[in-house]
Design a protein around this ligand. Structure first.
Ligand SMILES: [Zn+2]
Length: 566
């Protein structure tokens, strides 16, 4: 590999060996174009793939954006080249998720007594459906205090009217403001809520543009809500003191225009058919997630952010935010930053590349697919490769896939999930024990979660495959403890399979200070470690796929619709 060496670690090593930003290892280049991949799972192949998949041009691969389309187009192109069998929809490799973008159109107007209110400042519509609501001549009525249903207007008095709710200044400005189609306000064309000036500017973008995963069991929504300021509400009712539900407000005019548009979100699904005609109708699923958390519009200095987090937030987003450094930490911070900036200039960064999360899992699944596809012999059972979308939003893709599987759900005998499998060095804080002590990585480090939760046999099989591996991995089960604070059994895609009684194993090299930060970039990945994990997962998949019996489920199956409990 043509990689620049990280010399600062050497120069600085005596004083700050454990603090060097590359964790004492060589630093890789920030951008890199690798050689074409080979049949084998190699660190070079994984590097070639990850520098493509986690490049800045992917802009953080947030689901619902064109960048997620771009990232999944790369996966699709690769599995097509490998000749895998498409197992998405319509004979292709993609499975589209029902993800929509909801937003209010700024052409919306609101006038009171002929005076125009300002969109966004005086009124702020919250989009829940495609809607065009004319306000002209619709009576306005006071509905009560939003947080106190005892004060609410009866259903028959609200029907056909615009209903305004006040919110006490001591209450959260925007909670439980959306009424359902079964609520008493279902027959009102619009609900107004008078707390707009208290909704922080920082959260308004999430209200203005919402990405929604439409589940089949989603509750039907009632009237849309538009927030107005207390001042606008006062104009409407003359005063806000002593209002009683049912009191009439001034007439409004104008139109609220709400939109819903399909947003890009798709799983990639491909099959390697098994070699045994009697068993190829069963599948060993291997998965990872393609999406990440996108980019922001507030660039920060990459190196100082990275070093600040190394010192104060060893688990990245999983550590509490640290506003300031102690004097001792500040000394370390400046020394480390100087050593890094001596090697390369400062640079601004605003893209969450998601190299480890879950670029590493994604490219590992691709490398495993390539290794299986180009091997002389195939496993007896089929291998089902699913690259999930929207994991970061709440396991959308895996939920959708398991609710709408493209092979019979009961034919999936196990699922192996890789999420963040490229770190786990001795300087990474990979997680915590149940009692709250930090865990560290090291050579061959791998966390296993859930591998015995449905099938003792799967857990035992994974260990026996490892005993035959050279070098063997070192398993850390501490994150798998029941009731663990970090709850990671419920936090990645494998759980959506487990809830249907499919034995799973979640494999990860664990957390680190770049977790969900703009600093999660391909040059900080340990590609040898990554290759070792990917090869191991391939070996486990082959072992399960070649068993003379279906792997046994000996633990109770959960209720698929119940909340996950670790
Ligand atoms: Zn993540």
């Amino acid at each position: 590999m043509a990689c620049a060496r990280f010399t600062a670690a050497v120069a600085f090593g005596l004083l700050f060996a454990a603090d060097s930003p590359a964790g004492g290892q060589s630093e890789l280049p920030r951008t890199y174009i690798g050689k074409p991949t080979t049949a084998e799972i190699t660190s070079a192949d994984l590097m070639t793939r990850l520098y493509i998949f986690a490049d800045d041009s992917m802009m953080g691969r947030e689901v619902g954006t064109i960048y997620h389309l771009k990232s999944t187009a790369y996966i699709e192109g690769e599995v097509r080249k490998l000749g895998l069998v498409p197992a998405g929809e319509d004979g292709g490799y993609f499975q589209t998720l029902p993800v929509y973008r909801y937003y209010a159109d700024s052409i919306s107007t609101l006038q009171i007594g002929g005076k125009s209110m300002v969109f966004g400042a005086d009124f702020f519509p919250y989009a829940t459906a495609e809607h065009r609501i004319s306000l002209d001549g619709v009576p306005v009525v006071y509905g009560g205090v939003l947080t106190d249903s005892a004060t609410w207007l009866p259903a028959e008095d609200a029907a056909g009217k615009i209903v305004f709710f006040s919110v006490p200044s001591t209450s959260t400005p925007a909670r439980n403001f959306q009424f359902s189609a079964r609520s008493r306000f279902a027959r009102s064309p619009l609900v107004l809520v008078g707390s707009l000036e208290r909704i922080p500017q920082s959260v308004r973008p999430f209200f203005a543009q919402r990405m929604v995963f439409l589940k089949s069991d989603a509750p039907l929504l009632g009237p849309p809500t538009t927030f107005i300021t207390t001042n606008v509400a006062r104009t409407l009712f003359g005063t806000l003191d002593g209002l009683v539900a049912g009191m009439a407000g001034m007439a409004l005019s104008g139109t609220i225009v709400l939109h819903r548009a399909q947003a890009p979100a798709r799983n990639v699904v491909a099959i390697l058919p098994g070699s045994d005609p009697a068993l190829r109708g069963e599948y060993v699923a291997i998965g990872a997630h393609t999406d990440h958390i996108g980019f922001n519009n507030k660039p920060v200095d990459h190196d100082s952010t990275r070093i600040f987090n190394m010192i104060t937030r060893p688990q990245g987003e999983d550590s509490p935010p640290a506003p300031t450094l102690t004097p001792a930490q500040a000394l370390r911070f400046h020394a480390m930053l100087d050593s890094v900036h001596a090697l390369h200039p400062a640079r601004l960064d605003s893209i969450n590349n998601g190299a480890d999360d879950d670029g590493t899992g994604t490219v590992s699944v691709l490398e495993i697919a390539e290794a299986f596809a180009k091997a002389n012999t195939r496993p007896r059972r089929s291998i089902l490769f699913v690259w999930h979308a929207g994991e970061e939003k709440g396991l959308w893709g895996s939920q959708y896939y398991t609710d709408h599987p493209t092979v019979p759900r009961d034919s999936i005998v196990a699922q192996l999930n890789m999420d963040m499998v490229g770190r786990g060095s001795a300087t990474d804080i990979t997680g915590e024990t149940r009692s709250g002590e930090f865990t560290h990585g090291g050579p061959g480090y791998l966390q296993l979660v859930g591998s015995r939760r449905l099938s003792t046999e799967l857990g035992t099989l994974i260990e026996s495959v490892n005993r035959r591996a050279h070098p063997a991995l070192i398993f850390d089960y501490s994150m798998d403890a029941n009731g663990h604070r970090q709850n990671i059994y419920c936090r990645s895609d494998h759980y959506e399979y487990a809830r249907y009684g499919i034995p799973i194993a979640f494999l990860t090299t664990g957390g680190h200070s770049d977790y969900h930060q703009v600093t999660d970039e391909p040059q900080y990945i340990d590609y040898e470690h990554l290759a070792q994990v990917a090869k191991f997962v391939q070996a486990v998949a082959a072992e399960v796929a070649n068993l003379d019996h279906r792997i046994a489920v000996d633990k109770p199956k959960p209720d698929p619709s119940a909340r996950c409990v670790q």
